[in-house]
Design a protein. Structure first.
Length: 337
């Protein structure tokens, strides 16, 4: 039987030797800047099957950090020297926070497979130079991204319903930033208070940008700042400018949002400028209940005949359903001995 199997393998030219190989590569652009996420990929190759599942090497990084962005493992194949290989590819994102060399030291990995002796594979050193781009002004506000969008909204809160702004009213500015190939902690603060004017800063809201099968591709940051003018006159809110590094075109970009200009009148009488008064909510439940009762009464009046006939038929159906039906005798009364 063994000879027959060997002959079949030779005839079919299927060189299955239960070989195991592990490779490691760094997927990064030619010019890498601090804060730009790159991918480290480790692939387990075999020409037979995965049994048991592969043991991944420990991620040791110098001058960088491993990000917690979830990246699913992938199944890959290749053909080398007439041998078909199957592989499992594990990807993780890493990032360097300062210029220097992003380095992955050499590592020895012991690979295991069913009915095979352990095999030690040596992974070579991986290195990538990281440097600041030219003309960096504020490294603490340096934002690298492949795409970036800025948008804003203005909300006005008045103490009374009129068109004139007074001292005591509130002007809220909402700015939203959406960027790809970036994490939320890299996005700097966008809105600041105006000197000499009161302001209230609300906590920013960060979220992930996803596409496809919930693949995280970037981050979104929403900031809200409420201006609380205390003096009558002119309120000039400056425009917003954000200088960011385009990792695709390798050049500086400027994202800008226009400011606003408001004229504020004196405070309203009766101290209405001291507190932001909202309109009292209207309780619609009693009105809706009364309207429903009126509609039911009208429907009952106009369709009283139909309702009466329907009730009579329902009572008749119930009586027929619960009527006792006598059954014939199941046992014979006359039996012969």
């Amino acid at each position: 039987m063994k000879r027959l199997i060997v002959c079949l393998l030779l005839l079919l030219n299927l060189p299955v030797r239960a070989e195991m190989v592990m490779t490691r590569e760094l997927v990064a652009p030619d010019q890498l800047v601090p804060g730009q996420p790159v991918t480290i990929a480790v692939t387990f190759w075999t020409d037979s099957w995965f049994n048991p599942p592969p043991q991944w090497p420990e991620m040791v990084i110098e001058n960088g950090n491993l990000l917690n962005t979830p990246l699913p493992n992938q199944l890959v194949t290749r053909n080398s020297d007439g041998i078909s290989w199957s592989g499992i590819r594990m990807e993780r994102q890493v990032m360097a926070w300062d210029q220097g060399t992003l380095r992955f030291p050499a590592a020895d990995v012991v690979m295991l497979s069913a009915n095979q002796p352990p095999k030690t594979v040596s992974l070579p050193v991986l290195e990538k130079a990281v440097s600041w781009p030219a003309d960096v002004r504020q490294p603490d506000r340096f934002l690298p991204a492949s795409t970036l969008e800025l948008s804003q909204q203005w909300h006005i809160y008045r103490a009374t319903e009129d068109q004139q702004l007074h001292v005591g009213d509130v002007i809220e500015r909402v700015v939203t930033l959406r960027a790809t190939d970036v994490i939320a902690v890299q996005i700097p603060q966008l809105l600041y208070a105006i000197p000499g004017s009161g302001a209230q800063r609300l906590p920013p809201v960060n979220s992930n940008l996803t596409q496809g099968r919930d693949e995280i591709v970037g981050a979104q940051r929403e900031e809200r700042l409420r201006y609380l003018p205390s003096q009558a006159g002119e309120l000039v809110i400056p425009p917003l400018r954000l200088r960011w590094w385009d990792t695709r075109q390798h050049q500086w970009q400027l994202a800008e949002l226009p400011g606003a200009h408001y004229t504020l009148a004196a405070a309203r009488p009766a101290g209405s400028e001291q507190a932001l008064k909202a309109r009292a909510p209207v309780n619609w439940m009693p009105w809706l209940t009364a309207a429903a009762i009126v509609l039911l009464l009208l429907a009952g009046f106009f369709f009283r005949r139909i309702v009466s006939h329907s009730l009579q038929r329902l009572v008749q159906r119930l009586r027929e359903y619960w009527r006792i039906v006598p059954l014939p005798d199941l046992l014979p009364t006359k039996r012969q001995k």
